[in-house]
Write a protein that binds this ligand. Sequence first.
Ligand code: SF4
Length: 693
Amino acid sequence: GDKRLEELNVADTTCGYCAVGCRFDLYSDGEEILAARPTEDEDAPINGISTCVKGKFGYDFINSDDRLTAPLVRDESGQFREATWDEALSRVADGLGEIRDTHGGEALSVIASSKATNEENYLMGKFARQVLQTNSIDNCNRLCHSSTVAALGQTYGYGAASISTDDLEIADCILLTGSNTTEAHPVLATQIKQNVRDGADLLVFDPREIQMAEYASQYTQVKPGYDAVWINGITRYIIEHDLYDETFVAEQTTGFEEVQESVEEFTPDRVEKITGVSHDEIASAAEMIADADGCVFGWTLGLTEHSHGTENVIAMANLAAITGNLGKPGAGVSPFRGQNNVQGGGGDMGPLPDNFPGYQDIADDDVRAKFEDAWDCEIDPEYGYYTTQMFLEAAEDNIRGMYIIGENSALSEPGVNHAEDVLENLDFLVVQDLFVTETAKYADVVLPASSFVEKTGTFTNTDRTVQMVNKVMEPKGDSRPDWIILQELANRMGRSWDYDSTAEVMDEINSLTPIYGGVSHERVKENGGLQWPCWDMDHPGTVRLYEDEFNTDNGKVNLKGVGYSEPAETPTEEYPLTLTTGRVLYQYHTGTMTHREEGIMQYNPSDFVEINPATAAGMGISGGDPVRIESRRGETVVPAQITDRVGPENVFVPIHFTESAINRLTDEEHLDPTAATPEYKVSAVRVEPADAD
Ligand code: SF4
């Protein structure tokens, strides 16, 4: 409208799309978001005054016509009808309560939401353990960086980035792998490109010649599924040529000999044979890393979404440690986290089957006693199921009811055909979301949640910065913030929660979670953000991890040897190509939000499969032709995009689209043995023109 800015509501808030954690002021007229502008004092710690297209324009979804504004329940004929909150909450309390009382809490599971605030995720964990009496609570981190969290936890002590975002701007060298940074973390990509213009070296290892490759000192095309091999090859070269940091290794690590022995088998010839990476490429990368004063190792899901993702990340952690690239400016590891609050809500807050908030192990008797006392309940010391396991267990009737919050499992789980069967057959399913997602279609009750612009709380971004999310408008229709829904359900199921605000929830979190010990809403506001660990109310937060010591029993890095592993599926005559999946800039995850953005859909409205020209020519496929892609688990048809961005043995399909539902083809069974992460990045497939029957 014609309203002037000063007549509008304004809130300084944190972006709800990705985990870069940009802060800006959002303006609304009470009904819709009209503008995103740099924060008044331009002091946003992560992004300064920059934002990307999603943060700037991605708000149509809030007022979209299909936004849920009232609860839905199924009527006698099996159709959804609108219901009052009272009726819907009673049905949920009865449905979940009956399963708990008949089969025990372990027959229930919860999928928490990394889109929601820290406070809400803390309450989801408390609700699962205290009210539902189950440890089977997990979230989307299982499908992405859980292998990172496990690997960095084992080697360094914290499953998080060691660096601050600023380190990307001052590093001498940056190694990126399995990260399409320009499209998935746009503002970080801008910071990296600026540093490269100022003279930093950039190494890009990726199966696709992504845009970052244009800025790279060295781009190396790798074969999907063999990352530990080339990483170990670099480590071997560095040790063999005495390029490692001897002082750091001697003083701050254990296990060096084990690594030295384990990399021995990764000779240049063997590395080249397995991965296609040449000896020269290994040598020049190793020299660049060793020459740099500081190197940052950045990665995302190309490294982690494998049946041996934890090993891949351990190999990377070894490389960073033996080159002494930890605990100093411009050096460290940076797993770029995906969803806006997956670091905080998906990890730190402990909606996890094995951890309480702050990565406190539920099997530890003292820790468990602390939470049993605070939450006034008994907690089983046995770990619950990971998300991927929940779907396998539900198929065996070991899980009978699910409460899915802000997660679109019917598109995002590996092996979607299997996930659909599971959702269909549950005794009771509650879905809490902004829309009737593909998952909500299977629900008994759908509860309408509020978006991040309609509530107050905190998000924790990819570099561990806790920042405020401030409400700029009232919840749409009859929707409610997750924390209010959870409180009402807990109280209907026999508890007496009485939080007046999420600030009060944060006070409970800081009393139980040492790494958040000094985090309160008041302090986050005062400081503009606080990086954990933040031990107490006088602690300034931690810009960079491991400046003094590592968070392990002996205070040192536990180096670990990692041998050779193959992807679960390798090409065969029947399925000769390798499918890999990923993101594009203008879309976000399963598209629940971005598909409702007119401005965004103009840029990249439809699906595609990238095929190398040689491969396409061999099959008589031209650009735009419909192509059938088939794996052992399912098939889909999408138009071809002919490009040498992918190698001749690979094809690439983005993950965002309902029509292709590419996860019909991915594998739900072969999970990382440590972290239960699925192997989204490698599926053996067959490709043919769609009219070739
Ligand atoms: Fe939001 Fe990420 Fe874009 Fe920043 S880079 S505006 S956090 S989507």
